[in-house]
Design a protein around this ligand. Structure first.
Ligand code: KG4
Ligand code: ZN
Length: 344
């Protein structure tokens, strides 16, 4: 089954063609970084304008790269839930038009489902339900139990800033541009992670909630108070603090809920030290880790096509009346929150 996936959730216009949920034939992304860079963050109205300019070109580019035409498609999937409303509308309108014109099923997914399912793509049966998924992106830091297709339980989340957001804010303060994660990671590779002892908020607390705002404030204050500080050392020390918290809490929740497969998802999953340190901590304790290929970590259309394939099998097609929603619950019955019951 050949599916075109479209993602216009935030600032990237993305489309990809995937066969049977596993075989990625194309994955094309038009980045808007240049349009937003001078504002130090994403400007929603500019994002929507750029999506409108790019969407047709990107969809055609995805088809061309895959060597297929609209007639070859069996379905079109789109992220219609969770993101910037004006941005989502562009992708949803495009997907609806394609579904209508080609007379193929339309599959609407939650953007986070794209991130989660990127772990299942290309791994036929290797990662089985239930599994734990640390979903770390610009707007989310979630510990999710993936119970089954479309069934998610929230085991932990951030009380304030998301991990990716803090990477972006630290990078902005250091003048490293947007998005901050890749720039901080590059600089951190040259620095000493022990140069600064930044706080690891809530790391010893017997629950699975995160809080990154105190860490953010500590780093931003250090940057302000020490204008000549070594940026590489700052980045390395900050990055290590985030990783320590993410890895410690993830391992704790895996133990408490007896989930022996741990997956990583979202843009922050591109961070190599995070991938390595999570894998190393998990392996030592007898757990298995999974992370999507790098090209499926940031927002992209292939992950939407992949999730669309699995979810279409599971819940069928959607009506052409589906709507873009900036805030929407994850999962068929919404996200159930199960706070810690036991703690080791
Ligand atoms: O998943 P994503 O593309 O968009 C959202 O759904 O939010 O994630 C974007 C986030 C940004 O905050 C970006 O700084 C972060 O992922 N990010 C990284 C890295 N690459 C991207 N954070 C840490 N290290 C990276 N290498
Ligand atoms: Zn995302």
């Amino acid at each position: 089954m050949l599916i075109l996936g479209i993602d216009t959730t935030c600032d990237d216009t993305a489309a990809g063609v995937v066969e049977d949920g596993h075989n990625v034939h194309s994955n094309v992304i038009a980045s808007q970084h240049v349009a937003h860079e001078r504002f130090g963050g994403i400007v929603p109205v500019i994002a929507a304008r750029e999506h409108t300019k790019n969407i047709s070109y990107i969809v055609h580019a995805a088809l061309d790269e895959a060597g297929v035409t609209f007639q070859d498609l069996d379905a079109v999937a789109v992220s219609h839930h969770q993101g910037l409303l004006l941005s989502l509308v562009v992708g949803v309108s495009a997907a609806k038009s394609i579904a209508l014109a080609c007379d193929i099923p339309l599959v609407g997914i939650h953007h986070l489902e794209g991130h989660i399912y990127s772990n299942l793509m290309g791994r036929d049966g290797e990662l089985a339900f239930p599994f734990l998924c640390l979903t770390v992106a610009g707007g989310h830091t979630l510990l999710l139990k993936i119970e089954d297709h479309g069934q998610y339980t929230l085991l932990g989340h951030t009380r304030d800033d998301a991990a990716g957001e803090v990477f972006d804010k630290v990078a902005r303060q250091l003048g490293l541009g947007y998005p901050g994660g890749p720039a901080v990671e590059r600089l951190a590779a040259e620095g000493n992670p022990k140069a600064y002892t930044f706080p690891r908020p809530l790391i010893n607390q017997p629950h699975f909630e995160f809080s990154f705002s105190g860490l953010k404030t500590a780093v931003l204050q250090t940057i302000e108070n020490e204008p000549n500080a070594n940026k590489a050392d700052l980045c390395a020390s900050f990055q290590q603090a985030v990783i320590d918290v993410l890895v410690t809490k993830t391992m704790r929740v895996a133990r408490a809920h007896e989930l022996d497969c741990i997956a990583l998802a979202g843009g922050v999953a591109l961070n190599m030290p995070l991938r390595k340190q999570l894998e190393s901590a998990a392996t030592k304790q007898g757990y298995r880790t999974f992370a999507p290929p790098l090209k499926l970590c940031m927002d992209n259309g292939a992950m939407v096509a992949g999730a669309g394939y699995f979810l279409y099998q599971h819940r069928g097609k959607d009506a052409l009346t589906i709507e873009a929603k900036a805030n929407a619950p994850l999962g068929e019955s919404g996200l159930r929150y199960r706070p810690a019951t036991k703690y080791r």
